[in-house]
Design a protein around this ligand. Structure first.
Ligand code: FBP
Ligand code: MN
Length: 643
């Protein structure tokens, strides 16, 4: 082993005792049961529903409460306590309003603190003391440890412990302590979070989700196509930028762009007011509780058209300069007969409706008006100078990747592009052909390059980010085409269909999933492919667990806009030392509903896979790192101290 490396290591472990203590410590940790992984996907800006799933650990919190108190508590008591763990601040206020005098409240405090400690002790039983310490509310660590680790079998210290409880209450610290312990419990039931893509678009609060993730102790992200669109905009792709604004307009979410990220929409609005009018195809999809006035709706409708047309124009030169994107069928502005108001697609002619082509020059439809050009330049400047967006995009890059191999599983938002025979679909980029894992690695390299060079706006890397959003070989899109134009302007629903990659029917087949796992050097006997992206239509009997358990699809639709097609409000997945369980969530109404009615979103659990033997830390990704560290320390021991 490299002596220089060992010398460096010796600076930290400068006595034999220190080396030995660390080896013992790491060996012990690697023999603990593996921590619980929590998988979520397709959050689509639904911050409150996401918060709820995080706070209840996909049902894990309640499960632990039941394990402990099932024999002695009613269902109502269990629910009440669970709600206290999820939303401690609000629940304490409700309890206070309910209890009529101070004595009753103090009794409640006394018993609640003790119950919380029991729960924490149980939820932390597979972790080291040091890990638990880190999860405890900082200002109470000493007191809580004292109460958690009481070992006095002779009862000599009973009054000492009782005094601690009473002092906490009389010094007015009970609220703070209970709140802190509730958050400790939430963080103990899940060890690591995977977000399998699509944080952005459609719902109102992706920024709040990003802030939550930034503060989450242990998380990784597999980018979704919508996340890549935002990364692309920040990286200098004008067409990605037009797309994100179009989608925000469509879902009445322009506040995210304007108020949250501070991007000035005034120039775009001026342009929109000048060239566009009301148009039924471009009226925003409004949330049930919206309070937009007709005048505001009209403004959004105009912005929506202005930016959609800019998007369609911007696509043309990219499609032309990248023939291997194989997207010439999407040059639709060139296929329009502007006099007859018709378009030709796939040899067929369709009448157009709700058209708004005032800014289009039929001879050169790709040409932006000078005003449009200026609007886009200003928008891009604004986007690239938004501090908040920079923080969120940098985090997406740091914690994110196109796919992830983690504890034997393959996590990917969309698909592995395949041909009808189940071979890895090939894509030619410049003069080279790529497929499977190699293709995904190339995509990721381009995306990272584009992000690192935001000043380049028309290079291949930047175009490639847009391709990942919408190209047929993209592992995040997985469809032959995106029919945005047809959905706005053509009535015939046949044209709206987006043909899915063969992956989406082939993934039902176990052999295919095994082949994919092998492509990524994963063990097909133990691994699973975990996908988001396509809403699982439970109401039509679709099964999220496919290919004899090798494939799990967890997009059940956090996105409110899609809940009527899925019939539920999303799936999440838990993977603990005993195996994998899928959780189906019922629709989340509001935090207030949970607090007032004590009803949790009912979550139905289903076993996906059961480990024959309990899985230990040493068998995980993190365990691999620990074992490497142990081996380094053993080398150090020999090199430095055992001569
Ligand atoms: O539901 P909308 O807003 O019309 O969006 C539809 C578009 O979204 C997409 O489904 C992509 O978004 P998802 O990744 O959420 O599926 C496109 O394939 C489709 O054209
Ligand atoms: Mn998606």
């Amino acid at each position: 082993m490299d002596e220089q490396f060992l010398d460096l290591l010796a600076e930290k472990y400068d006595t034999e005792e220190k080396v030995i203590t660390e080896i013992i410590n790491l060996e012990a940790i690697s023999n603990l049961p593996k921590g619980t992984e929590h998988f979520v996907s397709d959050l689509h800006g639904e911050f409150h529903a996401f918060q709820h799933v995080l706070r209840n650990g996909s049902g894990n919190v309640k499960e632990k409460i039941k394990d402990l108190f099932r024999e002695v508590w009613t269902d109502n008591e269990i629910n009440d306590f669970a709600v206290l763990v999820y939303y401690p601040e609000e629940k304490i206020q409700l309890v206070k309003a309910d209890l009529c005098n101070k004595q009753a409240l103090n009794r409640w405090y006394r018993q609640t603190i003790e119950q919380m400690l029991k729960l924490i002790s149980y939820a932390s039983s597979k972790y080291t003391r040091s890990k638990l310490r880190k999860a405890l509310p900082e200002q109470f660590v000493y007191i809580v440890e004292e109460l958690l680790y009481k070992t006095d079998l002779t009862n000599n210290k009973d009054s000492y412990y009782e005094e601690i409880y009473q002092q906490i209450i009389s010094l007015g610290q009970a609220d703070k302590l209970i709140i802190g312990l509730a958050y400790t419990t939430q963080s103990l039931v899940v060890d690591h979070l995977h977000v399998v893509g699509d944080i952005y678009d459609r719902g109102p609060d992706p920024d709040k989700i990003m802030d939550t993730l930034i503060n989450y102790p242990s998380v990784d992200i597999q980018w979704g196509n919508h996340d890549v669109l935002w990364i692309g905009a920040y990286a200098g792709s004008l067409v990605c930028l037009a797309n994100i604004i179009r989608i925000c307009a469509r879902y009445d979410n322009l506040d995210i762009v304007e108020d949250v990220y501070g991007i000035n929409l005034r120039p775009l609005l001026n342009l929109a007011e000048k060239y566009y009018d009301n148009n039924p195809a471009f009226r925003p999809k409004l949330q049930a509780d919206h309070n937009a006035s007709e005048q505001e709706i009209l403004q959004i409708t105009k912005i929506h058209q202005a930016i959609a047309l800019i998007q369609f124009k911007l696509e043309i030169p990219i499609i032309k300069r990248r023939p291997y994107f194989n997207m010439s069928e999407r040059l639709l502005l060139e296929q329009i007969d502007y006099d007859k108001n018709e378009v030709k697609i796939g040899g067929k002619t369709y009448p157009l409706e709700n058209t708004c082509f005032a800014t289009v020059n039929p001879q050169q439809p790709e040409q932006l008006l000078e005003e449009e050009q200026q609007v886009m330049e200003k928008l891009l400047f604004s986007v690239q100078h938004s501090e908040k967006l920079a923080r969120h995009m940098n985090f997406l890059m740091k914690k994110g990747s196109l796919y992830l191999k983690y504890n034997g599983n393959l996590l990917i938002h969309g698909c592995i592009p395949l041909d009808e025979e189940g071979n890895m679909q090939e894509m030619q980029i410049n003069d080279k052909t790529y497929s499977g894992r190699q293709l995904l690695d190339v995509f990721e390299d381009y995306l990272r390059y584009a992000f690192a060079h935001p000043e380049e706006t028309d290079d291949l890397a930047t175009d490639m980010v847009w391709y990942i959003w919408t190209g047929e070989c993209s592992s995040l899109f997985g469809k032959r085409e995106m029919t945005t134009f047809e959905r706005y302007f053509i009535q015939d629903k046949e044209t709206h269909k987006e043909r899915k990659n063969p992956y989406y029917h082939l993934r039902e087949n176990e052999e295919i999933c095994r082949k994919i796992l092998l492509e990524f050097d994963l063990n097909p006997d133990h691994g699973h492919v975990i996908n988001g992206h396509t809403p699982v239509k439970e109401i039509h009997g679709e099964n999220p667990v496919k290919a004899n358990g090798k494939m799990v699809v967890i997009d059940g639709g956090f996105s409110k806009a899609y809940q009527s097609t899925t019939g539920i409000a999303g799936y999440t997945l838990l993977y603990n030392s005993f195996g994998m369980q899928l959780v189906a969530h019922k629709k989340f109404n509001s935090k207030e509903d949970v607090l007032c009615n004590g009803t949790d979103v009912l979550s139905v659990k289903r076993l996906v896979d059961k480990e024959l033997e309990r899985k230990l830390v040493r068998e995980t990704n993190v365990g691999g790192e620990l074992l490497q560290k142990i081996s380094n320390l053993k080398n150090l021991l020999e090199y430095r101290y055992m001569k």
